[in-house]
Design a protein around this ligand. Structure first.
Ligand SMILES: *Cc1c(COP(=O)(O)O)cnc(C)c1O
Length: 354
């Protein structure tokens, strides 16, 4: 190693799901929404002016913050927005997790958490999920420097009741607790109302899944005014202009069409519940997902083999070569047509194995 390299912050990056460039594939590997963004977003896109590119954007993203505050029924000073919830979460890690004690998160969870903790040199401790892949609130009662978990959890899809989240909050008044609600709109219960009761609770949500806008990169956090002001101070200390005016306009427009949003979520939930029946018939087992994906394991055929065979048929799902979950596949809920193609392929693949 050269001497200068000793001063390099060397990190092991997060590995996102593949974004294959070929056409005519069925893409069920990164939890994107199969339906287009709301018609109001289409319209806002057409109305974008080149002036929005010429000028610096509004650093406070005022319009979007105001619209989100209205929807979440909080004060605008309780809302923080960023370039996808990954941006919001990364800033929250740096702002709130500065203790010598470890930050706690599940052993099986969103795989960006340990990447950020390593990159920012934050000590952490992974708390094992139960044998049925559930988060046990009582496990989060040990000394710590902060807590983060997704609800529903990823990649398991299993949701925690708000009462269990509140038990964690009650036991941890001295640290910031972050609940990552990336998938909450698909049938889990949000803990947004608890931000009025717990000054140390930060709830993070995203447009990427339930609002079909992963490409726009919009995420947001809701919390107490104090919590949000700390996040803002941190953000303005390294980059004031995180969101483009285009993203701000599109994100604001999306909120105008509540009916479309509800209908899209309903369709996904319906397809997911139907998928549970079909996967069971095909010999898979899985937890009770409340997200837009299902985490499945097959009784006889190894997950990696199924993953490879599906890929050869241009159907992409997600496989994690990691302890405890290396015999599972995370399958995003697509349109009913995409799911039918998946079931047909699975039938062939599994039959070849008997
Ligand atoms: C998808 C996802 C995110 C980040 O999504 P963005 O596109 O950055 O908003 C955060 N947390 C979890 C658990 C996710 O699955």
């Amino acid at each position: 190693m050269s001497n200068w390299e000793r001063n390099v912050r060397q990190v092991v990056p997060y590995t996102p799901g593949e974004q294959p460039q070929e056409q005519n594939i069925i893409k069920l590997n990164t939890n994107e929404n199969p339906y287009p963004p709301a018609p109001a977003v289409q319209e806002a896109l057409q109305n974008l002016s080149p002036d929005a590119l010429r000028k610096y954007p509004d650093p406070a993203a005022g319009k979007l913050v105001k619209a989100l505050a209205e929807r979440c029924q909080v004060d605008p000073a309780q809302v923080f927005v960023g370039v996808g919830s990954d941006d919001v979460l990364a800033m929250a890690f740096q702002t709130f997790f500065n203790s010598e004690k470890p930050v706690l998160f599940p052993d099986i969870t969103y795989s960006f958490y340990d990447v950020w903790a390593d990159a920012f040199r934050i000590p952490y401790q992974k708390i094992p999920l139960t044998d049925t892949f559930e988060i046990c609130a009582d496990d989060y009662q040990i000394p710590n420097g902060g807590i983060i978990f997704p609800n529903p959890n990823a990649p398991t899809g299993i949701a925690m009741a708000p009462e269990s989240v509140e038990r964690i909050l009650q036991a941890n008044p001295d640290v910031v607790v972050i609940v990552d609600e990336a998938y909450v709109d698909f049938g889990a219960e949000t803990v947004l109302p608890l931000v009025e009761k717990y000054e140390n609770l930060l709830v993070v949500q995203t447009y990427s899944k339930s609002r079909s806008m992963a490409g726009a990169r919009i995420g947001f956090a809701v919390g107490s005014k104090k919590l949000i002001s700390y996040l803002q101070a941190f953000k303005y200390s390294f980059n004031s202009y995180t969101m483009s005016d285009a993203a701000i306009a599109l994100g604001t427009a999306a909120l105008a069409d509540e009916a479309y949003f509800q209908e899209t979520c309903r369709k996904i939930v319906e397809t997911r519940e139907a998928a549970k029946k079909r996967f069971a018939e095909l010999g898979f087992s899985f937890g009770d997902s409340r997200a837009n994906f299902i985490f499945v394991t097959h009784a006889h055929v190894p997950a990696k083999q199924i993953f490879t065979a599906l890929r050869a048929r241009h159907i992409y799902v997600r496989y994690f070569d990691k302890p405890r979950i290396d015999n599972y596949l995370r399958i995003t809920i697509g349109t009913p047509e995409e799911m039918e193609a998946l079931y047909a392929a699975l039938e062939e693949i599994l039959q070849a194995e008997v």
